[in-house]
Design a protein around this ligand. Structure first.
Ligand code: PBG
Length: 324
């Protein structure tokens, strides 16, 4: 009457460590940093306890703290003082992200990979990720591509190591690749937010980046959470257009997509553990409903197990400290 197989034999003590299939390392982490032109000291984001908006003067210090924890990369989001319908403070040489990149690179050089988010929503007064036709309220795809190319080149010129288009415009990777190559930045890789869903889990980010929209929503460009084959079509296009790294976003509610993208494309694959995923754990932990450290580890290891090579996460610094 004995069980033939006893899997519990391998679950004891150090044997458990020996057969662990997935590992989490500090090298798997990318820390997002918000840099904001409207402030002169760090401001905590109320819906994301522990995450701050930084003024330019503090951004290199924050990046250094991140690098000192062994985290290999940051992704920068900029909040400009001036916003207009065309997002014109997105691509100037001395705009907020460009200045931040310059300061971080001057401080840290090759010690830290600096990735920049390429999108218009932080810079537009209406908060949408592209140029708008005001009469029809349509977000215009092709005119937006031109601006995305300019933003990418300006970031590369400032010293960005990698650019990450997040606006879900058709053809964005191709437009950015061409713009970079034409300006002599053929060695700057593109990490595409290839399968980015129309998700409520970006809510806290919009407070952080002051990028809420004034009308409509983002469902005409971001994907329907109900779709999975469509994600693969998005990825297929981005690969053909020259994406070097594919990203799935959000992460935890979309682990099936992470898995499909990794197994079907065999490309470097990233997952974005987004603001809402962070805030949920923080809120539950603050109420004593979840063990914060365990919830962080379990989330991140699950994202790795699904196939992500690395994770963009607001928990990066916490996780790096835990892994020490
Ligand atoms: C910009 C962008 C967003 C996020 C990353 N880049 C917001 C959005 O698309 O609404 C969300 C990140 C997060 O929630 O942590 N388009």
């Amino acid at each position: 009457m004995f069980p033939d197989v006893r899997l519990r034999r391998l679950r004891k003590g150090k044997i458990r460590d020996l057969i662990r299939e997935t590992t989490l390392s500090v090298n798997d982490l990318v820390m997002p940093i918000f840099v904001n032109e409207n402030i002169d000291s760090p401001v905590e984001i109320s819906s994301m306890p522990g995450i701050y908006n930084f003024p330019l003067s503090e951004v290199a210090k924050e990046a250094k703290e991140t690098a000192d924890l062994g985290i290999p990369a940051v992704i920068l989001f900029g909040v400009p003082a001036f916003k207009d319908a065309e997002g014109s403070s997105s691509c100037g040489e001395t705009d907020i992200v460009q200045e931040a990149v310059r300061r971080i690179k001057a401080e840290l050089g090759d010690r830290l990979v600096v990735i920049t988010d390429i999108c218009m929503c932080e810079y537009t007064s209406h908060g949408h990720c592209g140029i708008i036709d005001f009469e029809t309220k349509e977000i215009l795809n092709d005119p937006t591509l031109e601006v995305l190319g300019k933003i990418a080149v300006s970031h590369a010129r400032a010293g960005a190591d990698m650019v990450a288009p997040s606006g879900m415009m058709d053809g964005m990777v191709d437009a950015i690749r061409q713009a970079l190559d034409f300006s002599g930045f053929e060695n700057v890789p593109i990490m595409s937010y290839a399968a980015k869903y129309h998700s409520c889990f970006y809510g806290p980010f919009r407070e952080a980046a002051e990028s809420g929209y004034s009308f409509g929503d983002r469902s005409t460009y971001q994907m329907d959470p109900a779709n999975s084959d469509e994600a693969l079509r998005e990825v297929t296009l981005d690969v053909a257009e020259g994406a070097d790294i594919l990203m799935v976003k959000p992460a935890l509610p979309y682990l099936d997509i992470v898995y499909r993208v990794k197994t079907e494309f065999d490309m470097p694959t990233a997952a974005y553990n987004v603001s809402g995923e962070y805030s949920m754990i923080k809120a539950a932990a603050a109420n004593g409903w979840l063990d914060e450290k365990k919830a962080i580890y379990e989330s991140l290891i699950s994202i790795k197990r699904a196939g992500a090579d690395f994770i963009i996460t607001y928990f990066a610094k916490d996780a790096a400290r835990m892994l020490k």
